[in-house]
Structure formats: C-alpha cells, structure tokens
Design a protein around this ligand. Sequence first.
Ligand SMILES: [Zn+2]
Length: 178
Amino acid sequence: MSSVPPDDPALHLAVAFVNTYDLLEDPPDYLTAERAGRLADRFGQPDLAAPLRHADLDALRAVRDRLYGVFAADTDDGKLAALDDVLAHVDARARMRDGRLAAVAADADPVRRLGALCADALARAMAVGGPGRFGTCAGHPCRCGYVDRTRAGRQRFCCQLCNDRTAAAAYRQRRRVN
Ligand SMILES: [Zn+2]
C-alpha cells in the first residue's frame, strides 16, 4: 500500500484539465481556452487564466492529451514515459520554487506554463504515491482520469456518480439473470 498523494490544488487542476475530454459529455471534447482559464482561476492560478486565447486551443489540446497518457498508460513505466513526454513537450526545466525543486516552463507562454504546472503536480503525486495511483475510470463508457487519494489505494471510478451508475447497471443485470 503506497502513501496518499497530497491534497494539492495544482493536482486538482491537472485532473480537471485532463477531463475536459469526457465521453459522458456531448460533444466529448468540451475544452475551450476560456474553460481552461476558468479551471486555472478556480484552482489558484488566476495569472494563467488571463493570457489564454482561443488561438491556444490546439496547443492546449496537445498538452491535455499528453497529460492523459499519465493516467491511461497500462504500466508504471508507461506512466513515467508519458510524464516525461509532457515535460519535454512543454520544454520544462528543474528550478527551485518556494523552497522545493519544481518543473517549470522555460518561457512565459501560458499553455506551456499550464502544462508544466500540471506535469509538476503529477510528478509530485507520483513521487509520494507511485505511478499506480493514476488510473482511468472503470465506469464504461467513461474513461476520465483520476488520482487515487484513498488510503487503501483501490479506487476504480473517477467519481461517485460513475460508481453509482455502474452499481445500478450491475444490479439491473443481476435482476435480469435471476
Ligand atoms: Zn467516470
């Protein structure tokens, strides 16, 4: 049993950003520059919200889809490789920030700054809890990413709704069989 990753606003931002592609939504991809900005603002990064523009949307998607690989890869090595890929993609550097080592973007580009911030949060969670704390929802058709912050480390769903949805479907299935 691994340690529980810390309750970090940047980690919540990373998960919320990754899950702007959600198969339970119509259309599944509901990312906009404005939405990314609102998420940044909500999770304590208001300075990242203002400079994001509609023209950044393709770049935002490219970063988001790479971040998703950290959740979706089948193996620990795959999750690490996906994290490495994000860090390279946003051209992140190791710097001292607030008395700790952090991955930060080398320039002021808001998309790369957001990507580096999310990748840094994932790296910190992974350093504490290991890659096995990252997963994607088992509540078909949902494939949203989650970071398992339960003590036991046996989370399978992204949220209570998906947990309940799957339990209800299993219950109906049993009733049909009996
Ligand atoms: Zn789900």
